[in-house]
Structure formats: C-alpha cells, structure tokens
Design a protein around this ligand. Structure first.
Ligand SMILES: Cc1cc2nc3c(=O)[nH]c(=O)nc-3n(C[C@H](O)[C@H](O)[C@H](O)COP(=O)(O)OP(=O)(O)OC[C@H]3O[C@@H](n4cnc5c(N)ncnc54)[C@H](O)[C@@H]3O)c2cc1C
Ligand code: SF4
Length: 442
C-alpha cells in the first residue's frame, strides 16, 4: 500500500472544534453544583469552570485553569476514555442522551494555548531544593512540572532518546500525533525543567547516587514490554511483541512495518485491541483477537472494542493459545477452548481449559499483547523498597514509598491505568515531596 494511503489511515480521527461549535456546546452545559463530571475526572479538573470560561470568551483563562490542574490536558483531551470518565458522568446523559463533549471542549481550549505558545504556567520562587525524576513519561513530567511551579529545581532522567513514555511511543497514532505531544511537553520543559535523555538509571547512573545527591527522588518508570506467551513456537518468524509493534506505528515509516495477511492478536486489554486495529490499517486481510475469558471480562475500553468490530476485527472469546505452529515462520496457532470457573485472585472468573477442545487457526503472524511486565531489575535493586505483586507500594495521599526521600507514581505504582491517572499521581507525589520539605524545615 502506498505510504500516503497508510499515513491517511493513521491520521488522528477526532476533529477539532471550531469557535461556533465550541460556543454552542459550552452553552448547553448546566454548570452543575458538585458536578459529577469533575468527580469522575481522575485529575479533578473543574469541568464547569473551564467550560464557563469558554462560553464567556475567556479561552486563555480556560486553558490556564486546565493546565494548572492537568499538565497534559491537551493530550488527555484526545486520549482519555471520556465515555467511561467525565462524559459518562454528565447529567445530560439521563436527560436527553447527549452529554457535553468535554474532551473536545478541553481540546479546543488547550489547542489554542499550544498553537499560540501562550505563557500560562510559571515557575515558582526558587527554594534551593533539588529533585531527581526517573522517567519522562506522563507521571514523571507531571511531577516535574508541579515541583517546578513550587520553586524546586528538577532534573528528569530518561532512558530513551525521546521523552514522553507511552504518550509519545505507544498510544495509538490515530488518537494523538507525536508533534502535538512533543509541543505540550516542551511547554512544561519551559518551566525550567532539565531533561537528560538516553540515561538509564540503574545502568548508566546507579540509583543510590541520585538518592544521595538530591533532596528527593521520584520514580515514574512505568512498566516494561508485554509478557511473553510462554508457549512453544514463540521464537518463530512472524511472532511479535505487542508494545514494540505499536511503537513502530508511532515512529517508523508505516510502509516499512512488516504485516501478515492473517494476524492473531493474543490478549484482551487496550494493547491487544490497539494492535488489532493497527494490523488491519496496515493492510492485514484478516485480524483476530484471541482472549481467554468472555467479552464481559475484556479490560479493553468498550468504545475501542466497538471500533475494532466496525473495522472488521474478529473476536474469539474463551480461547487460549497452546502452541505456535510452523517450521521457520508462523503457519498457524493451536488453541484450546476455555470455560469460566470461580473467581481468581484478581476477582475475575478463572478461565479453565476444556479437555479435547483444541482447534487450529491458520495465520502467518501472531502478536503477543498480554499485560506489561514490571521493570523488576531496577525495582528489586532498590534497598528497602516495598513491592506488591511487582508494583511499588506508595502512600495514597503523598506518593511516598517505603524508602526515605523516594516517591513514586504512574504505571509502576498502579499497575497500569489511563494517562490521566499517571498525571494525577505525578502531581500528588510532587505535593508529597513539597510537604516533606516543609516538615523538615519546621
Ligand atoms: C498500548 C497502550 C495504549 C494506551 N492507550 C491509552 C489511551 O488511549 N488513553 C489513556 O488514557 N491511556 C492509555 N494508555 C495508558 C497510558 O499510556 C499510561 O497509563 C501512561 O503512559 C503511564 O505513564 P507513566 O509515566 O507511569 O509510564 P510510561 O508512560 O511508561 O513512562 C515511563 C518512562 O520511564 C522511562 N524509564 C523506564 N525505566 C527507566 C530507567 N531505569 N531510567 C530512566 N528512565 C526510565 C521509560 O523509558 C518511559 O519513558 C495506553 C497504554 C498502552 C500500553
Ligand atoms: S482530563 Fe480526561 S477525564 Fe478529566 S475532564 Fe479532561 S477529558 Fe475528562
């Protein structure tokens, strides 16, 4: 397929609002007291307030209010599963079934700020305290921005060459462009944040060095690659890891990505559904998602499951892979049917194989898109750090860990949520760090 056609297929889908539409939609808001939409926003954005400012023509004030509460408000406007968060809680759903398009209004205000390079965030008065942030993803950047606004000097250490974490590397390209994401991060960097990319803490600089050198350290390292399927045949050509497949769609020239004709994606989360949609758009003729539980338990956003169905993806529920078939290359996937039993430790029904129910799917590509693993190398090397099932245990008010001066947040602590959760956790930890400085000075 010509590269131009491929690029068109991956263009951001959500169209920006013009002024007339924004004013009309803002005018529909009931400006509820104790607004349920604000309560449903993990970052606690005061939705009626930012919408009122749009209605009153104060777009800069609206953008300022958004960015002061959520440092990636422009990104979240595009990638938040709004139907499951703020818009899902809008009272207009019950009145006439059409909620206020909060995400698109948020985009209207934040796009204005980014396009006009408006200066709306300012660094605080210098305190002399220095904080190291490990990881330049949504959690790390948000923690750094809040600390800079509180007057602390912040240095971010990022393992990759490009900042942004999953925001710039993995979230679907048809939701957000890298150029917008990088502009938003640049606005935050202008608060005086120093960024050192290509520096992996634990390999290039020992973790203990940071803990000694800085007044506090924030850990926002996210998680690693998707877990392996642990079945025979995973080393065959044509088996790919889900996250790196998605990362290629964000970075590589789309026509250089090799794609099979019949593709099976294994997994039931957002990575699996995003990978299936991407495989179809890259030109695969038949794309299937194989999930071991039923449709009801699939963790992927409901809207995206619908989008995948509309784009021709087939879902095979209650089935698990047993062996990848083939000599050198993938030729098929042997699977077994599952039934659901009592709840397991995650609270979801446990899938159990049905003896004698094996079947084979003919395919030439398998994408392993199970959940991401924790970065145990660095985490288990931190002396005294309390972990629970691989994730960092934090105080849910301050983000403090079991190690003095060390705070954490984002996917490495939650085990994986939405981008807006990582933003909120980064801000929470920054306030926890600030509070710890104040306590020490009392
Ligand atoms: C495929 C996929 C699609 C998603 N789609 C959406 C979506 O549509 N909407 C949504 O709201 N959320 C989505 N999410 C979730 C969202 O991307 C994450 O919740 C969010 O990015 C977590 O932010 P974080 O900062 O905790 O981690 P990350 O974004 O993973 O950032 C961590 C950063 O730390 C760096 N790092 C790791 N180890 C080290 C080290 N030792 N030294 C220095 N740096 C290090 C990494 O390189 C990375 O840049 C998606 C997630 C995935 C996997
Ligand atoms: S940050 Fe996300 S959840 Fe919060 S109001 Fe904006 S779009 Fe809704």
């Amino acid at each position: 397929m010509p590269v131009k056609e491929l690029e068109k297929r991956f263009e951001p889908m959500e169209k920006a609002m013009g002024e007339h539409e924004a004013l009309a939609e803002a005018g529909r808001c009931l400006f509820c007291y104790d607004a349920p939409c604000s309560a449903a926003c993990p970052a606690g954005i005061s939705v009626p307030d930012f919408i009122r400012r749009i209605r009153d023509g104060n777009i800069k004030g609206s953008a300022r209010q958004l960015y002061e509460t959520n440092y990636l408000a422009g990104g979240c406007a595009r990638v938040c599963p709004t139907k499951e968060l703020c818009e899902g809680a809008c009272v207009l759903n019950a009145l006439h079934g059409r909620p206020i398009p909060i995400g698109r209004l948020q985009r209207y205000a934040t796009d204005w700020a980014i396009d006009n390079r408006a200066q709306i965030l300012f660094p605080g008065k210098t305190t002399g305290k220095r904080v190291a942030v490990i990881g330049a993803g949504p959690a790390g950047y948000s923690c750094a921005a809040e600390l800079a606004r509180l007057g602390h000097r912040v240095e971010i250490f990022e393992a990759r060459r490009k900042e942004g974490g999953l925001y710039t590397h993995a979230i679907a390209r048809y939701k957000i462009s890298s150029s917008f994401a990088l502009k938003e991060l640049r606005m935050l960097k202008n608060l005086g944040i120093r960024l050192k990319t290509g520096t992996r803490i634990g390999a290039d600089i020992p973790f203990e060095t940071l803990l000694k050198k800085y007044d506090a350290v924030f850990l926002g390292i996210g998680r690693g690659s998707t877990a392996s399927l642990n079945i025979p045949g995973e080393d065959l050509q044509g088996v790919v890891e889900g996250l790196s497949f998605l990362e290629k769609t964000r970075s590589a020239e789309l026509d250089k990505i090799s794609i099979g004709k019949r593709v099976v994606v294994v997994g039931g989360g957002n990575t699996a559904v995003d990978a299936a949609i991407a495989a179809g758009r890259l030109g695969a003729l038949d794309v299937m998602v194989l999930y071991r539980r039923s449709r009801a338990e699939m963790p992927a956003y409901k809207d995206e499951q619908k989008m995948a169905l509309v784009e021709g993806v087939r879902f095979i529920w209650l089935a698990a892979p047993v062996r990848i078939l083939g000599e050198k290359r993938v030729g098929g996937l042997k699977c077994v049917r599952m039934r659901l039993s009592d709840a397991d430790s995650s609270g979801r029904p446990r899938p159990v194989p049905i003896p004698g129910s094996e079947f084979t799917i003919e395919c030439d590509m398998v994408i392993a898109a199970l959940g991401q693993v924790y970065l145990s190398d660095i985490l288990s090397g931190i002396h005294g750090l309390k972990l629970e099932n691989g994730r960092v245990v934090v105080n849910n008010k301050t983000g403090a860990t079991s190690v003095e001066k060390l705070f954490a947040g984002g996917d490495c602590a939650t085990g994986g949520g939405e981008m807006v959760d990582a933003v909120a956790e980064g801000i929470r930890a920054a306030r926890g760090i600030h509070e710890s400085f104040l306590m020490k000075s009392r």
